[in-house]
Design a protein around this ligand. Structure first.
Ligand code: 13P
Length: 339
């Protein structure tokens, strides 16, 4: 349990956060489609190498979440990716869930699968170098959603995953994502997020999870992406903090937000605004996928000649988010680099 707490603390070390590069085959295909690149084992490998070999990113990146295929791949010089990351002091992690599937007897809600055989998969992942893991549950917002049924079945599965993860010596990142699509208000998002977190911490407690050896990966509380009035940076920061203060125990060492379809700069500004209001009982950090990678993907476009430009774009976002860890980010830092 001591090792778990140490790993969790290292993942939320001052000024650093996590890169989520654990897109499943289906998701990375979507990302590659957007830049007109075929998704093959080798293009996926080349793209991940671009990210992982970016010089200096380790100043701001404490850990990287990998997909099963990537954990087994190597850089072009033959160094396995987990070894490459470790050599830079970056901790390798692994996505272990098998995706959100329709929840039986519900009206369009989902349950995340992947518990069968998970103990054996954890043993292999640890052998391959992973020191932390991720499991994502998803929930929608509607007048009757998330239902109690969806909140509790997913909370139960998240806790079962977390227990197996801790048993194997990997820090579980617990990710209940309340999706922010739609026209809901900030208040509706706060209510749904609070409900889901309360169920998650009840199950984690009942299933004996050692909270200092965990991290939480939640959504931020936002107005729906299609809402007619959308809350600004300060409102989002305050609404998100209020929900977290009510529902996340202080024994949790860190909260690492997902970006979930916000723009890169909004994701950074929101995190910055929350940290400006610190100190808080937990470290407030990031575990972004799209918000760290989008500009790098666009700059790369699958062309070897653009690797340096892709790395520069990724290093810039990593640095901006690193600064947001201490509330030292400001939007004019974006223009300076772009100029
Ligand atoms: P986004 O930051 O793109 O939401 O991805 C984070 C993640 O890992 C979702 O599971």
């Amino acid at each position: 349990m001591h090792e778990l707490a140490e790993t969790a603390k290292a993942l939320v070390a001052q000024g650093k956060g996590i890169l989520a590069a654990d897109e499943s085959d289906g998701t990375i295909k979507k990302r590659f489609d957007s830049i007109g690149v075929d998704s093959t084992e080798d293009t996926r490998r080349a793209y991940r190498e671009l990210l992982f070999s970016t010089e200096g990113a380790e100043e701001y990146i404490s850990g990287v979440i990998l997909f099963d295929e990537t954990l087994r791949q190597s850089a072009s010089d033959g160094t396995p990716f987990p070894k490459l990351l470790e050599s830079k002091g970056v901790i390798p992690g692994i996505k272990v869930d098998k995706g959100a599937k329709p929840l039986a007897l519900s009206d369009g809600e989902t349950i995340t699968e992947g518990l069968d055989g998970l103990r054996e998969r954890f043993a292999e992942y640890r052998e391959l170098g992973a020191r932390f893991a991720k499991w994502r549950a998803t929930y929608s917002i509607a007048p009757d959603k998330p239902s109690e049924y969806c909140a509790w079945t997913n909370a139960h599965a998240l806790a079962r995953y977390a227990a197996l993860s801790q048993e194997a010596g990997l820090v579980p990142i617990v990710e209940p994502e309340v999706l922010q699509d739609g026209t809901h208000t900030l208040e509706q998002s706060a209510k749904a997020t609070g409900r889901v977190l309360q169920a998650v911490y009840t199950e984690l407690h009942d299933q004996r999870i050692h909270l200092p050896g965990t991290l939480l990966k939640p959504n931020m509380v936002l107005s729906g992406y299609d809402a007619s009035h959308r809350a600004g940076i300060d409102e989002v920061a305050e609404a998100t903090l209020e929900v977290l203060y009510r529902h996340v125990p202080a024994a949790v060492p860190g909260i690492v937000f997902l970006s979930g379809g916000q723009t890169d700069e909004d994701s950074t500004a929101h995190l910055n605004a929350m940290n400006e209001r610190g100190p808080h009982p937990w470290e407030l950090s990031f575990s972004y996928g799209r918000a760290l990678q989008a500009p790098a993907l666009k700059a790369w476009r699958g062309d070897e000649a653009n690797v340096a430009a892709g790395q520069e774009a990724y290093a810039h976002r990593a640095k901006m988010n690193g600064l947001a860890r201490s509330g030292s980010y400001s939007p004019d830092m974006e223009q300076k680099v772009a100029a």
